[in-house]
Design a protein around this ligand. Sequence first.
Ligand code: WQD
Length: 347
Amino acid sequence: MAQLLITGGAGFIGSHTCFSLLEAGHNLVVLDNYSNSSSVVLRRVAELVGLKDCKRLKVLQGDIRSKEDLDKAFSAGEEPVTAVVHLAGLKAVGESFNRPLDYWDVNVTGSHSLLRSMQRHGCRTIVFSSTATLYGLPKEVPIPETFAVQPINPYGHTKAAVEQLLGNLVNSEPGWRIACLRYFNPVGAHPSGRIGEDPSGVPNNLFPFVSQVAVGRRQELQVFGADWPTPDGSAVRDYIHVLDLAEGHSAALEFLQREKPQLLILNLGSGRGYSVFEVVRAFEQATGREVPYRIANRRVGDVACSIADPRVAQELLGWQTKRTLEEMCQDSWSWQQANPLGYGCAE
Ligand code: WQD
């Protein structure tokens, strides 16, 4: 097993990925600036994995844009870091229109700073958190990795820019093993209800908003458009359980460690789409709670339908999603019921 550095390991994707990587036997150093998370998250991950000592999970508060913080992180483990899972970044599409400088600074300058540190520390294996958002308006679905990269928002542009940099790197310097994982819609939570999605402020995304309506924290869901060219008029997305996504990171890492140096670009999705109305119905059935909603205007930047073609990840990694929409709803609800205010007031 390996000594890994996980950037952004205290976030929604990060905490579940740390859980999966610890379960797979790896030792982790986590670097997180807690801009969108808190230290309690990783204490709960350690509890879920049943860690007896802190040697296997070292946590540093710090920023990927700081050379000093990165040098500390690379030296904090029991062994030299052999691979990085890079999850730190800003990821709200709507917010990125208002904060492009922050998004380019954190996502692009931060990734550049991390790659420089990896070079300095002789580490050339990285799994990078990319996004399906960089496909922009897909001309058809399902979407294979060969589709044009044509982002339509600053967030997508930053992820496309880092993928471009990683491509330049793998061609310029021998020995780099790189996987860019293009997430579709990560949702759900660990079934224990101890870790989950805890967006700050009003949730941008559908699942946390529906969960907060169900628990009574929000009054009603706004459905952004019921006049899309889809079977029931509401927009369709490829939802993937966050634990399936986390296991995809573990599988990609194992592939990189056993295969020759290369750049891998993979969709992480189920290949199955669900509409907003189907999600609302599934959530009500899974939880027994009503989710009142009203139809609102379409949201700027939305697309009618986004569904992954996940065949490359299946063929190369032997990975595919296992968890159902019902499990995504049940696990979201377990988390929300146990943490109605998120980690906010957690000890
Ligand atoms: C899903 C559907 C909305 C909220 C997200 C992230 C992006 C990327 C992919 C990581 C859409 C509708 C939503 C609401 C609604 N993740 N909706 N009412 O936009 O597909 O993208 O996942 O890289 O960062 O933004 O996900 O959950 O926001 O929306 O009707 O209150 O639900 O219109 O059709 P999206 P989402």
